[in-house]
Ligand binder design. Structure first.
Ligand code: UT7
Length: 317
């Protein structure tokens, strides 16, 4: 499997830390030093479906394929205003696709999990050309009266088109069931039979615990891949990590090794865009001509669940 096209889309509206400090008890200094975030893009006039379609269309155009040559659509999305139908159904026609598709929710680790599925579908002969679309609006499930979560997130979408090839080398997926560290609970309709109705609640996060687990589990995943493939950090051109916090990325680098230059970041511009963060960064790096034939790339992400995932590429155009 290899990637032959990428695309990304961010909302027009850029929100700075100072903008947040106008209505939250926070400040640029705290957000910058604790997270590395300076700005994020938030949905205003557009909706998530517009971003999703835009990113997907750009990825298909970059691939050189026609939409009718895409055999399967895999969408990663944590939540949007529709519980059903899935986001893949909602955007399929607007992207110009006729193929089947499905949605997955593996929180921020959705992109790497979708890569594993795409690889398996190609190996089984089920599909040759696959579109993975990660579209997320985490700012819509934060409590905007509190400063703890709302300052961390941004909205965005990233997409890749994959076809047969030998670039995708290895993948490791991890799940440690612990619902209480990070969760968003949506309210549901009441029934005449339910005695304990639970109202939905905005994102709840135990920040410190999540921070520690993210660093240790991601580092473990990456080291497993390095060991399995007989590689050292020096062999890797790019560690593309989920963009949740600059200090988490630094923490992982301290354990795994490698220079700061090997760990690119977009967190400063976009905040945490959940499963869209890696495909957005990949799209920007490819368009900036930063990635070369044969580059070794490790991708790694963690998220609510607790879930984490890592994979290795030998880049092939
Ligand atoms: O995709 C996964 C999503 N989430 C994450 O990956 C988040 C992982 N966790 C983190 O990134 C960090 O834990 C945070 C950035 C969320 C918080 O950093 P921290 O160093 O763990 O700070 P803290 O929670 O210990 O808070 C320190 C202080 C507290 O005040 P007191 O109790 O020391 O007086 C907080 O109330 O900072 C306060 N605080 C803030 N101050 C200004 C918390 N949020 C803010 C804020 N602005 N936005």
């Amino acid at each position: 499997m290899k990637i032959i096209g990428t695309g990304s889309s961010l909302p027009k509206n850029t929100v700075s830390n100072d903008d947040l400090a106008k209505f939250l008890d926070t400040n640029d200094e705290w957000i910058t030093t604790r997270t590395g975030i300076k700005t994020r893009h938030l949905l205003t006039t557009e909706d998530l479906y517009d971003l999703a379609v835009d990113a997907a269309v750009k990825a298909i155009q970059a691939s050189g394929l026609r939409p009718d040559q895409i055999d399967f659509l895999l969408v990663s999305n944590v939540a949007n205003r529709h519980v059903t139908p899935g986001l893949s159904c909602i955007v399929q026609k607007r992207i110009g696709l006729t193929c089947a598709g499905l949605d997955i929710n593996v929180a921020c680790a959705g992109f790497v999990n979708a890569l594993m599925l795409a690889d398996s579908m190609m190996k089984s002969g089920h599909a040759k050309n696959i579109l993975i679309l990660c579209a997320e609006e985490p700012t819509k499930y934060c409590n905007w009266h509190e400063r703890d979560c709302s300052v961390l997130f941004g909205d965005g979408a990233g997409a890749v088109v994959l076809t047969e090839g030998n670039a995708f080398k290895d993948v490791k997926l991890t799940m440690i069931s612990d619902r209480d560290v990070l969760y968003y609970e949506r309210g549901m309709e009441t029934t005449p039979f339910e005695s304990h109705y639970i109202k939905g609640q905005p994102l709840v996060m135990k920040g410190k615990e999540l921070f520690r687990t993210a660093v240790s589990e991601s580092a473990k995943d990456i080291k497993t891949i390095l060991d399995r493939e007989h590689l050292t950090p020096d062999d890797i051109n790019w560690f593309m990590l989920h963009q949740a916090n600059k200090r988490i990325i630094e923490g992982i680098r301290t354990i795994v090794g490698g220079t700061e230059e090997q760990y690119p970041t977009i967190i400063q511009k976009y905040g945490n865009t959940s499963s869209a963060s890696i495909p957005i960064m990949l799209d920007e790096m490819l368009r900036a001509d930063q990635i070369r034939q044969g580059d070794k790339i490790i991708m790694s992400a963690f998220g609510a669940g607790f879930v984490s995932a890592a994979c290795l590429w030998d880049w092939e155009f």
